[in-house]
Design a protein around this ligand. Structure first.
Ligand code: ADP
Length: 307
């Protein structure tokens, strides 16, 4: 197993950022670690790369324990941290030689490896520049090059595509897909389309807990099966049982006193029937809006369909 996580819990003071998280990733998979901001993705990745210790639980990278065998863990894992911290006053090639040196590479072997990384990550035109001069997309490539330089078996990439323009996005995605042919890749994002483009498997985490861990194709199926959401505010109190008899309404959740989130059955626009119902019951509709399916809606739908 490339990554093994057993009951990892992490507290920051009193706040629980991870709550008994467990999963295994065998070698050669690209796994998307998806969740809204604050879900615990970066915390998990920092723990797996030995930057912070867990409060409870165990994890191994390529069978090496993250608590007791940290040097072995670091040899086997490449990490692109969130916000990709780099020494911006260094030249690209100088920085990569520096990182290679930290992994014990020297002389010609080190320079050859740096050259190889520059080629793999497409930095050929930019490697003579200072990192400060580079665009966000090229900085991401430098971040990937430093993560890859010691040829790790496992890559942990924290939001590798955040802030990239569409062209850069395609380039970096393709690079990650090609890296995934030989390596185990765990990447975090809060964008569903990112995972759809790159990953076979998706782990969805929210509030420190795993909500789903499934093949991407299954998750896509759940998303298609889940209907649209409509948020409606009435001028009076209404009951869930009354709303659920409206044609096409699958579920009704109260989100404020007189405001409800209604889930429609697939392919049905519930708004005309909803208006009709309100008129018949002499209830005013103050606001009515169709909602884009958000990550939270997907979580709800995925977890509900699984029950
Ligand atoms: P994500 O990467 O999914 O956005 P994080 O792992 O960064 O989530 O954060 C999970 C939770 O832990 C958040 O509520 C965040 O505010 C909190 N958190 C993260 N780092 C720290 C820290 N160093 N000290 C205190 N709280 C933290």
């Amino acid at each position: 197993m490339s990554i093994k996580v057993q009951n990892i819990t992490k507290f920051y003071g009193l706040q629980k950022a991870l709550d008994a998280v467990s999963f295994d990733i065998p070698s050669g998979q690209i796994v998307g670690f998806l969740g809204p901001n604050g879900a615990g993705k970066s915390t998990m990745m920092k723990i797996l790369t030995g930057f912070i210790p867990p409060s409870e639980g165990q994890a191994q990278i390529c069978e090496f324990d993250i608590r007791t065998q940290i040097m072995d863990v670091r040899r086997h894992v490449g990490y692109l941290p969130e916000h990709n911290p780099l020494y911006v006053e260094m030249y690209v090639v100088e920085y990569l030689r520096f990182v290679a040196g930290m992994y014990g590479m020297k002389g010609q072997a080190r320079d050859a490896r740096v050259r190889e990384m520059i080629d793999i990550t497409g930095l050929g035109a930019e490697y003579k520049k200072k990192i400060r001069m580079l665009s966000k997309g090229y900085r991401q490539r430098v971040g990937l090059a430093q993560a890859l330089i010691h040829n790790p078996k496992v890559l942990i990439l924290d939001e590798p595509t955040s802030g990239l323009d569409p062209n850069q996005l395609v380039d970096i995605r393709n690079l990650i897909i090609s890296l995934g042919k030989e390596k185990t890749v765990m990447l975090s994002t809060h964008i569903m389309q990112e995972v759809e483009a790159m990953c076979k498997r998706v782990i969805i985490i929210d509030k420190g807990q795993i909500k789903t861990d499934d093949e991407m194709t299954h998750v896509q199926q759940h998303m298609q099966e889940s209907g649209e959401f409509v948020e409606v505010e009435f001028d009076a109190e209404v009951q869930e049982k009354d709303l659920k008899v409206i044609t096409g309404v699958r579920a009704a959740n109260k989100i404020a006193n007189q405001t409800w989130l209604l889930e429609a059955k697939q392919g049905i626009d519930i708004r005309p029937a909803l208006f009709q119902w309100a008129v018949e019951h002499n209830i005013g509709v103050l606001t009515l809006k169709k909602k884009q399916t958000s990550l939270e809606d997907i979580f709800q739908s995925v977890t509900k369909n699984k029950k």
